[in-house]
Write a new protein. Structure first.
Ligand code: 9WO
Length: 237
């Protein structure tokens, strides 16, 4: 049984979008994963297909109705976890992507308006995830990001190069700088060690650069507690 994603959205035409291209698209076409897209508006009950209403307590914006959102979730609910994408969610990480890739799939509720009624989030035990500290127009772009990060981890989807990238990030360090031909470009030369043919020296340079860049740009990652997938911080000074 392949990995199954289900997206609940007011904008079904946004899917599969970029996930229909490249590695993810090829995997979708060959059945390595599947994506069901459901239009939340199909569960509206009035002839105007209304799915939102004004917020209790007043204020700007509208709120996605709990009964409509729940009917949409119920139409796809099974053993898969249900998540919703919101600015206030827990920050999504590579570890989350790996965990979801190891499961049966995922149901993603994409909010719009000012938000989703809290009661359906609680009733469906949804976990809220954020992909960063900014407000988008809705949850759809975040859902595409999550799905891409998960699908590329599924067996037989990504190539060896992607596996290497996954491994390096899983070390808790950021990627070292990359170079390719020409050896000199606009007067800028490639670091000599990389054209030395000395594999141990190249490996050492790459580790040093990963640690330097992580220390400089992501002190939070650098300070993360040592763990089997984060050996780097075990060596940190
Ligand atoms: C809309 C709005 C309108 C008037 C007053 C206040 C308001 N807040 C919002 C709002 O936050 N809308 C969100 C839109 C509701 C949930 C879905 N939307 C969303 C998800 N925007 N950004 C995200 C998101 C998801 C994951 N990671 C980062 C951002």
């Amino acid at each position: 049984m392949s990995w199954r994603g289900a997206v609940l959205t007011l904008f079904p035409a946004m899917f599969p979008g970029p996930l229909g291209q490249s590695l993810a698209g090829r995997a979708l076409a060959t059945g390595l994963w599947a994506l069901d897209v459901t239009n939340i508006r199909d569960f509206a009950r009035d002839r105007h297909r209304t799915v939102d209403d004004t917020p209790f307590g007043g204020g700007a914006g509208m709120v996605l109705r709990p009964d409509i959102a729940d009917a949409a979730v119920a139409s796809v609910a099974d053993d898969r976890p249900v998540i919703c994408l919101t600015p206030r969610g827990q920050r999504f990480t590579q570890a989350d992507a790996r965990r979801f890739a190891a499961g049966p799939g995922l149901i993603l509720l994409c909010g719009r308006y000012e938000g989703i009624d809290q009661r359906v989030i609680e009733a469906r035990a949804m976990h809220e995830y954020s992909i960063g500290d900014y407000v988008l127009s809705g949850g759809e772009l975040a859902a595409l990001v999550l799905l891409d990060s998960i699908v590329r981890l599924l067996p037989d989807v990504m190539g060896a190069a992607d596996s290497a990238a996954e491994e390096s990030f899983s070390s808790g360090l950021l990627e070292y700088p990359h170079y390719t031909r020409p050896a000199e470009w606009q007067g800028r030369r490639v670091p000599e060690v990389l054209i030395s043919g000395h594999h141990a020296a190249v490996a050492a340079w790459r580790q040093t650069e990963s640690e330097r860049i992580t220390r400089e740009r992501r002190p939070d990652l650098w300070a993360a507690p040592a763990s089997p997938t984060h050996p780097a911080s075990a060596t940190s000074s």
